[in-house]
Design a protein around this ligand. Structure first.
Ligand code: ADP
Ligand code: MN
Length: 161
């Protein structure tokens, strides 16, 4: 089974993806490491204070990894761009805006970067893109729930199908 985690930075993807990987004994794939290893950064966008990634190449690399690993948990706000046919579940993490702002400030992100991520969460960009890609979506709000509780929700949703 291939499970991808997407969602606005700060909404809790990595915490949950790592915890679920441990629980299910699945390999955990940090897409940022793949981007580094495969040199997939096209340029640095100074205004947005973020790297521009070659998303097409990334998707190809990830599909290759999926084909060689029958079980995988993939963590990235870009993971919903992996074609649906390769993915069993797309988990979209969400978070209350006030809490998200605090989490991002704690990361010492620039004002612009915080604004951009807040806007992405307000407009549910990852969620809408995941819906457009016709993923099998599980939406999880991480604001008030413990990791244990969230993992239980995922396991329940998966075992129903
Ligand atoms: P992402 O990978 O989406 O950027 P992280 O998993 O790194 O998000 O989490 C961002 C911050 O939110 C971290 O400080 C983390 O400890 C906190 N966090 C994540 N999930 C929860 C949760 N369920 N309850 C409380 N805090 C959480
Ligand atoms: Mn993360």
């Amino acid at each position: 089974m291939i499970i991808v985690f997407t969602g606005t930075p700060g909404t809790g993807k990595s915490s949950l993806a790592k915890a679920l990987a441990k629980k299910l004994k699945y390999p955990y794939l940090d897409v940022n490491k793949v981007i580094d290893k495969e040199n997939l950064i096209i340029e640095y966008d100074k205004e947005r204070d973020s790297n521009v990634v070659d998303e097409k190449k990334l998707s190809k690399v990830l599909v290759k990894l999926i084909k060689t690993n029958k079980k995988l948990i993939i963590d990235s706000h870009l993971s919903h761009f992996i074609p649906q046919k390769h993915v069993n579940y797309c988990i979209v993490t969400k978070c209350d805006l006030k809490v998200l702002k605090k989490r991002l400030e704690k990361r010492k992100y620039s004002k612009n970067k915080i604004r951009e991520n807040m806007d992405a969460e307000i407009f549910d960009i990852c969620l809408y893109e995941a819906i457009e890609a016709k993923h099998n979506i599980i939406i999880l709000d991480t604001t008030k729930k413990t990791l244990k509780n969230l993992i239980k929700t995922i396991e329940d949703a998966i075992s129903k199908n």
